[in-house]
Design a protein around this ligand. Sequence first.
Ligand code: ATP
Length: 217
Amino acid sequence: MAHFTVIGLGRFGITASLELIHLGHTVTGIDIDEKLAEQYASDLTQTLICDATDERAMAELNLSDSEAILVAIGEDMQASLLCTLHLKNLGAGQIWVKANSTAHHTILSKLGVQRIIHPEEEMGTRVAQALNYPMVNDYLSIGHGLYVVEITLPASKKPQQVQHLIQGFERSIHCLLIKRGSALISAPSSVTEMQEGDLLLLCGPREALVRIAPRLV
Ligand code: ATP
């Protein structure tokens, strides 16, 4: 369990906060809007009313015990940037910031922000990927062009071995896990048989994963 601080309890900030609570963490939610702070007081570990552009007020908050601070002020770029600058000056560790525009992104990266989030673009990409490859439940970019994808083997699929699925891509695609009901088959071998309804975790370059996609339909 870790402690997180979320600044800005708009739709994005509160959704992230509630998910962190759901995952078993503690969350301090901060907003300039008194009504929002009151509204979510019982859902989060604590909520505070504070203007995040006020460095003195921010210095009085105990931010050092947070594993990471998420700045979820999107619309008011000036407020988002000032808040981020104050957090940097106050020596905050991990800072994640939601950006609303390219200019916002550029300045945040100059400030040395570890993770800049573009929720609409990120969600748009995910939705497009899901529409393009309906068999892909979810995917995660792990850098250097590599992805981990979660796939459910369709009911129409006859049992086949892992080696048949990744044939021609044995060096680039790795089957990390098969989940069958509640059973897990970790690091399956090339001759492990996959069955309809199995959930697979495959890792590899995007290009190779796209090439084997038709074998999964
Ligand atoms: P969303 O799409 O998540 O609803 P948004 O991108 O439209 O949000 P805003 O609505 O501008 O962004 O801001 C999100 C929250 O941040 C709001 O609840 C707002 O009250 C809060 N906020 C804005 N400025 C400050 C500030 N200076 N200090 C603290 N909170 C702030």
